[in-house]
Design a binder for this molecule. Sequence first.
Ligand SMILES: Cc1cc2nc3c(=O)[nH]c(=O)nc-3n(C[C@H](O)[C@H](O)[C@H](O)COP(=O)(O)OP(=O)(O)OC[C@H]3O[C@@H](n4cnc5c(N)ncnc54)[C@H](O)[C@@H]3O)c2cc1C
Length: 370
Amino acid sequence: MTRAAGLDALAAFLAGPGADYAAARNTDRGPGTVPTTSALSPYLRRRLLTEEEVARAAIRAFGERGAEKFVSEIFWRTYFKGHLETHPEAWTRYLAGRDAARARLAAEPGLRRTHARAIAGETGIDGFDAWAAQLVAEGWLHNHARMWFASIWIFTLRLPWELGADVFLRHLLDGDPASNTLSWRWVAGLHTRGKHYLARRDNIREFTQGRHDPAGLDEHAACLDEAMPPREGPLSPADPAPDGPVALLLHLDDLHPESLPLGGARVMRVAGLTASVDGASDRVRAADAAAMADALARAGEHFGCSVEPMGEGWAGDLPVVTAFAPVGPSAEALPVGCSRIRRVWDERAWPLSNRGYSRLRGAIPKVMAV
Ligand SMILES: Cc1cc2nc3c(=O)[nH]c(=O)nc-3n(C[C@H](O)[C@H](O)[C@H](O)COP(=O)(O)OP(=O)(O)OC[C@H]3O[C@@H](n4cnc5c(N)ncnc54)[C@H](O)[C@@H]3O)c2cc1C
């Protein structure tokens, strides 16, 4: 998991499936095939590639019109980030709901059996079992498969959504507090209240090209509800980068230090804080470690500075600067007192992400203006 590998994957996508993205993106060709989508999410999630550079590269390759659908999907990621920043309670409630659901597993044998079968891919539901296996084997699922999986988990298997979101977050190489939590909420009917996503047999047959034809789905279930939606709060302010010598602290939400808006700051030392998600699989931890090692090596070279092991006193007397960490494990683990600087992309987009997606979509040209 390196930036170089991400750039190669971006080039391959733009020269290959990218041209047909808008028409083909809903089809899941299955494991072992070239996906209809970019599969860049593990790189974007860690910002080994930035959203901005990927969107601009697509526009260069296909023109504004030709890249429109792809760019709009990239902005879904930005939207979810901004939405969770303005509704951090969606994350804390998810964590509390996950822990409560784990306690139910311990107390309810029937629920425990259904859950065990679901994660082992032994439900007998065609498609679902294959996606459960692919999730663990590859750490990636096509977007449509994620939607079908989450919907069957919630509405056919009637399992708590937080446990499904937890399995995704621990195994997906792109596992992301915002995209994952809010997508599961969206499928359940909690994000856009009263509007849920029901997986349908004929839709699955069509978009898996006949590979899967699951019988017995509940295609008429009512959506989930909650007494109160997560409260909206103000965006946490970012800090200006201090002028002069600084120590730069990298974390897993932003591993492209070369493009950080550092202003007059001069990076003298760099270190990395690797805070993987709770219970992350070995594959995810290995990807996190490799991505961090790559970013530290690049930062050392780019700034011509020393790379320090993270530990007490690593920064000496220098002020510590870090990229703004959005809601999630990095933000929870960062030491207090760092200056947290935000990219222009997020600064422009997040305030427009507090309600539905359409406001941000309408503002894409403004966010991307140079
Ligand atoms: C239940 C569920 C859970 C999900 N969990 C995650 C997650 O943990 N992390 C994650 O990055 N995405 C998540 N997604 C969103 C989406 O499925 C993936 O981003 C996408 O499948 C990644 O594949 P790709 O890179 O080929 O996407 P492409 O179609 O090539 O899109 C390019 C990029 O745009 C972004 N993007 C595309 N679609 C979405 C979307 N619907 N929501 C948010 N961003 C999007 C991703 O960064 C992606 O890499 C989830 C979706 C669902 C339905």
